[in-house]
Design a protein around this ligand. Structure first.
Ligand code: GP9
Ligand code: MN
Length: 639
């Protein structure tokens, strides 16, 4: 045993073991990673091993005792990196990323006093380092001065890579598309460990900066020419009608338009939302041909599109991969043009979808995340706080905001897999035998009830009458994997065209002083919301780079592009490369020149929008003389 321990292989094994155990202890003690099943627990324990073998294994290529020096240096470096994250996490509940390191302003967010964040028990994190050093100095014997035969260190590296592959495979079972969609830094650390996260983050930052470096100020001119050409003049009946009014924006999680007026076993699923659609006294205008335009970024894409009138990226979430870009988002424009205060309220933690970073670039003043709410077990389900307590606890925050405000409330309970506590279910499940689809109606009903409760609170507080209130669905709730169940519920075949039609999500808006327009059949998408709001407030949308057009404008462009290049118009549609007559639903074998042309326009539009994000082009653009670029270092979130 003694002989083994004092050998190179023995010392390597001891150091890997220390690394493994120590990392696991730090994960458990220092980070709040939301581990909620056995597989996640296992992966948290398992993941330091592959990093240990790979990083520390590199030292084995060195000759003789130099290998030991390398082992200790790599071990110390990894320890320091992890410890830096520990300290950062204590204040920010988040991990260090390359963009954070390059933004010196963020160091201020350590609270000015690192001393407060260092704890006495941190000394324990150094004990192993000292012991290993002493151990190494004492064990002079058994270290040949030769290099190990190449195959030995190689074998260690290969086993490390193999274990990493197993690790990633298991993680993807629990969280499909973990790396492609990158939901949350916490998730990557939970599943793959802090060290793999650092590599992942470095690769992502490198890719981002590469595209950014290649872009130049000329690139924005082409984009500007396009968006100015597409621009639709405001409708004088609406322009400026809501100037200075509070804006309350309500996010209906995973809510598709087919739920409106849908009856399950003869019972309305969403009676409250239906009343907004049909009761003229409610003064709402409901757009029944409104589509979501999101991709993998889901909620994050919806947020990006609605506040910037830019498309999400073809892959991943721009919220995460372009979180550090320059934006000219609605909250910042409203602040600069009309002194609005902006806030987002949401019962999940701030790091999800990198919100706590990108919101700073949007100029969002306040972010009331889960840390502001009572997250007691009985109030939480799925991703976070249930919608009823969420709206209830949001009221004081809303009332505390300086007016006029732009407040965005993001609901959560109607989220896949649509779990609901028994006491919250006021309608029975559907009976297709597809469990998540069956429950979808129950969580949608719960959301509907929570909205009614919220509207009542708004009325009591006096905020209701004088505010613009609008609601929107962010993306589909039932994917095409559930077509069989959906066919049973809708009583029709789910063709490819039907799937595209099901991407309708509600958009309904009430504007104080303007009579509700009932049901509006204009074809439109999430992209169109920002220019609509700007014009309602009397702000010229033409100045800004925007791919959507004002919904109330007589010139509103009524084609709805999807992220994959397909589109819908009132007359014809393109779905999965096939053209259809939107009205008769028949396939069009020979597309007309008009169709081909629109297809080209849409591909161009998507490309230009991607260029804006990939090249971070808005840093080269000044919308007007008064515009001041947003300074992200001026914002901080979290309690
Ligand atoms: C999480 C929530 C859900 O905070 O917004 O995001 P989604 O999974 O719908 O993209
Ligand atoms: Mn969502």
């Amino acid at each position: 045993m003694r002989k083994f321990l004092t050998s190179k292989a023995g010392f390597f094994s001891v150091i890997v073991l220390c690394f493994w155990i120590k990392s696991y202890i730090i994960y458990q003690v220092e980070f709040d990673l939301g581990v909620n099943n056995i597989l996640q627990q296992f992966l948290l324990f398992f993941n330091p091993l592959n990093s240990g073998l790979i990083f520390l294994g590199l030292a084995l290529f060195a000759r003789g005792r130099k290998a030991g020096v390398w082992l200790l240096s790599i071990y110390t470096t990894l320890n320091l990196l992890l410890y830096a994250n520990v300290v950062y996490y204590r204040f920010n509940s988040d991990f260090i990323t390359v963009p954070v390191l390059t933004q010196t302003g963020n160091f201020g967010s350590l609270g000015g006093s690192i001393a407060d964040l260092v704890a006495w028990h941190d000394l324990f994190y150094m004990v192993d380092l000292i012991l290993l050093l002493v151990f190494f100095i004492k064990t002079k014997a058994n270290w040949s001065t030769e290099r190990l035969p190449m195959r030995k260190p190689l074998l260690v590296l290969v086993s490390g890579v193999f274990l990493f592959t197993v690790n990633l495979g298991l993680a993807e079972i629990d969280r499909p598309q973990l790396l492609k969609r990158t939901f949350d830094r916490n998730y990557i650390v939970k599943y793959l460990g802090a060290y793999n996260f650092m590599i992942y983050d470095a690769v992502q930052s490198f890719n981002s900066s590469k595209q950014r470096v290649l872009a130049s100020s000329d690139d924005i001119t082409e984009v500007e020419n396009y968006t100015k050409r597409k621009y639709a003049e405001p409708n004088p009946e609406y322009f400026g009608k809501a100037a200075g009014k509070n804006i309350i924006k309500i996010h209906l999680e995973s809510f598709q338009s087919f739920l409106i007026d849908y009856r399950l076993n003869g019972e309305e699923v969403t009676p409250f939302l239906n009343s907004l659609v049909h009761d003229p006294d409610q003064n709402f205008t409901y757009f029944d041909n409104f589509f979501h335009q999101t991709e993998q970024g889901k909620t994050a894409d919806a947020e990006l599109i609605m506040d910037n009138s830019l498309y999400g990226l073809p892959q991943g979430a721009a919220f995460v991969t372009r979180g550090n870009n320059t934006y000219q988002a609605l909250p910042a424009i409203l602040q600069q043009q009309q002194g609005y205060t902006s806030a987002v309220l949401h019962g999940d933690y701030k790091s999800f979808w990198n919100r706590d970073e990108i919101y700073k670039h949007f100029g969002i003043d306040h972010f009331f995340d889960a840390s502001y709410y009572d997250m007691a077990d009985e109030k939480v389900i799925g991703y976070g706080l249930k919608d009823k307590p969420f709206f209830e606890e949001s009221m004081p925050y809303l009332e505390s905001l300086p007016q006029p405000f732009y407040a965005h409330l993001i609901t959560l309970t109607n989220h896949h897999p649509y779990n609901i506590d028994e006491e919250d279910a006021t309608i029975g499940p559907a009976s297709t035998g597809d469990p998540s689809v069956d429950r979808y109606f129950q969580t949608a009903r719960y959301l509907d009830e929570s909205l009614e409760q919220f509207f009542n609170s708004l009325k009591e507080s006096g905020l209701y009458d004088d505010s613009v209130i609008f609601l929107y669905g962010d993306h589909y709730g039932v994917s095409t994997n559930h077509n069989r169940a959906m066919e049973e519920l809708l009583g029709e075949e789910i063709t490819k065209l039907k799937s595209a039609e099901l991407q309708r999500v509600p958009f309904m808006i009430k504007i104080p002083g303007v009579e509700g327009g009932g049901i509006n059949h204009e074809y439109a998408g999430q992209m169109d919301v920002m220019p609509t709001l700007l014009h309602l407030l009397g702000i010229e949308a033409r100045d800004y780079i925007q791919f959507g057009t004002d919904l109330f404008s007589k010139e509103h462009q009524d084609f709805v592009p999807f992220r994959n290049g397909d589109f819908m118009t009132e007359k014809f549609s393109r779905v999965d490369g096939v053209y259809y007559d939107t009205q008769t639903k028949e396939v069009i074998e020979e597309p007309t020149a008009e169709m081909e042309e629109l297809r080209e326009t849409i591909i161009r539009e998507l490309e230009l929008s991607d260029q804006v994000l990939f090249g971070d082009l808005l840093r080269f653009y000044s919308p007007n003389k008064e515009w001041t670029p947003v300074d992200p270092t001026q914002y901080r979130y979290g309690k």
